[in-house]
Design a protein around this ligand. Structure first.
Ligand SMILES: Cc1cc2nc3c(=O)[nH]c(=O)nc-3n(C[C@H](O)[C@H](O)[C@H](O)COP(=O)(O)OP(=O)(O)OC[C@H]3O[C@@H](n4cnc5c(N)ncnc54)[C@H](O)[C@@H]3O)c2cc1C
Length: 486
């Protein structure tokens, strides 16, 4: 069986099989032009996340005059490694974490920058409806999930039995057929219900798949779910993922170092103006409003922020519609420091546990860092992240502590402290990552489309949406568009 990953599932539904082509620039970067540096030929890039950084880096390496404006005082955006928060030099990923085996753009840069990607551990425990189940027992059929309508022997992909008619239609009519595409008007919950799925299957989907999308099944396009299931068997507990040894923030830091002063930090943009000849970007600098002009601009900031920026004149109606309405979910990471790695000791349910608790996915993060201390990380999303997000830090920690005590009885005696990051309250995101919402099948393509002197990058414009790989892919695509134009 093909191993299917979180990222593949999140991939944009419209372009199955299209597969992006590795740009020449990535493998064989040649200096295509040496230009004079003035605001006439300046390319302004907004956002120093992986999308903006990859684009700026490739343009800079090719001799273009680039300037990158970033609202924060650091590069990386949603790639955020906390380092000083923990004892013994431990670190934790509070944003993007896993690297899929198919993440070719990200992996190529890791290789170029001398960074190792180590395989991550797979789920070995399940804690749902107050029951502890080892993955071994589940896979062997010794134990079943306490949910009605499930198939034994597996955790993920339980929805597939209820959409078989649709999978048949995809095979016989093709994914682009009108009948299949019309699924975009329906939600995952609707289609599962129509297919005879009991409520338990819809509830389980919240934890198996909707968690990764950071939303709920009634807000997710059914098209994505059906296409993902017809391509392979959707999610699998055999997913192979990796993590960058030493922390993901090394990638944006290396890009940023190479760009040096071409990045201007603490410069949030507030307004965009343009005419046929030039673009003017207004931004805040030390409390004052400043402007900068150029002949091209790459907008690589999340649309959850772009929608609050004045654009004069507005972009096309379809682009503005997508900017205003692109769906996002809720997401939070909780890092918990323990004095001892009790999750590896006899009697433990495991070290990477799938749960239906407020913490959802809970796992040993510091696997490749020296003990005895260790960090358990929680990736939680949707309604649970939203609920925790409304609490103060102290209250969130109490929930985290109590939840871990339910999963591992030994946990309380080793607890030392923790920290959360709720991305929906981050001023430069106010969201999670883009989600294929109901009726949004064309959004990704429209958001990626250049308009006049503007190019658009960011995970929301990539077929590999919601990933570091997708952010880089989009930055390289914008770079190629500019090279073709100028
Ligand atoms: C909790 C969490 C877990 C994740 N897990 C994974 C994972 O396991 N694997 C994976 O591959 N991906 C994961 N992702 C997704 C991944 O982080 C993103 O897809 C990717 O990093 C997005 O990059 P980007 O450049 O498109 O956007 P961002 O990283 O958001 O960068 C945009 C930049 O624009 C800046 N900006 C915003 N407003 C302005 C303004 N007004 N002016 C100037 N600059 C501005 C921001 O500060 C930011 O630096 C996760 C994300 C989160 C939040």
């Amino acid at each position: 069986m093909k191993k299917h990953s979180r990222r593949n599932f999140l991939k944009s539904s419209m372009v199955l099989g299209a597969g992006a082509i590795m740009p020449k620039g990535l493998t064989n970067m040649t200096k295509i032009s040496t230009k004079s540096f003035s605001d006439h030929n300046r390319i302004i890039i907004v956002g120093a996340g992986l999308a903006g950084l990859a684009c700026a880096y490739d343009l800079d390496q090719s001799g273009y005059n680039v300037l990158l404006l970033e609202a924060r005082s650091r590069p990386g955006g949603r790639v955020r490694t906390y380092r000083d928060t923990f004892a013994d030099g431990l670190y934790a990923e509070m944003g993007a974490e896993y690297v899929d085996s198919s993440d070719k753009y990200l992996r190529k840069y890791c290789e170029d920058f001398g960074l190792k990607v180590l395989p991550a551990k797979q789920y070995d425990g399940i804690y749902v409806r107050d029951q502890h189940i080892s993955m071994k027992d589940l896979k062997s059929g010794k134990k079943n999930l306490p949910f009605n309508g499930i198939k034994g022997g597996k955790l993920f992909g339980q929805e597939s039995a209820y959409i078989q008619d649709w999978i048949e239609k995809v095979r016989s009519l093709g994914p682009s057929s009108a009948e299949v595409q019309a699924l975009d008007k329906m939600s995952v919950a609707d289609v599962l219900r129509k297919g005879g799925a009991p409520q338990d299957i819809i509830d389980l989907y919240t934890y198996t798949n909707a968690t990764e999308s950071t939303t709920i099944s009634s807000q997710m396009s059914a098209l994505n779910m059906v296409l993902a299931n017809s391509e392979t068997s959707a999610f699998s507990e055999n997913t192979e993922e990796g993590r960058i040894l030493g922390g993901n923030d090394q990638v944006p830091k290396i890009f940023a170092k190479k760009l040096g002063e071409k990045i201007r930090y603490n410069r949030p943009i507030v307004k965009i103006e343009y005419n046929e000849d030039r673009v003017t970007i207004y931004f805040a600098e030390n409390g004052k409003r400043r402007s900068m002009s150029g002949n091209n601009c790459v907008l690589a900031l999340p649309v959850s922020i772009l929608r609050s920026i004045k654009i004069d004149p507005p972009f096309s109606d379809s682009k503005m519609h997508c900017i205003r309405n692109q769906s996002y979910g809720h997401v939070m990471k909780v890092a918990m420091q323990y004095r001892r790695r009790f999750w590896d000791e006899p009697g433990s349910i495991g070290q990477r546990v799938f749960t239906d608790t407020p913490l959802r996915r809970v796992y040993h993060f510091s696997i490749d860092q020296p003990g005895p201390r260790g960090i358990l990380l929680s990736f939680t999303s949707g309604s649970d992240a939203e609920r925790l997000g409304r609490m103060n830090e102290q209250r969130r920690m109490k929930v985290a502590q109590e939840t871990c005590a339910e999963i591992w009885n030994d946990a309380p005696q080793y607890w030392e402290g923790g920290v959360t990051k709720y991305w929906n309250k981050d001023p430069w995101l106010k969201a999670s990552y883009s989600v294929a919402g109901v009726g949004q099948k064309d959004f990704r393509e429209i958001l990626a489309q250049p308009e006049g002197r503007f190019h658009f990058a960011g995970e929301h414009t990539s077929i590999y949406r919601a990933s570091m790989n997708g952010a880089i892919e989009s930055g390289i695509r914008a770079f190629k568009e500019i090279v073709k134009r100028i």
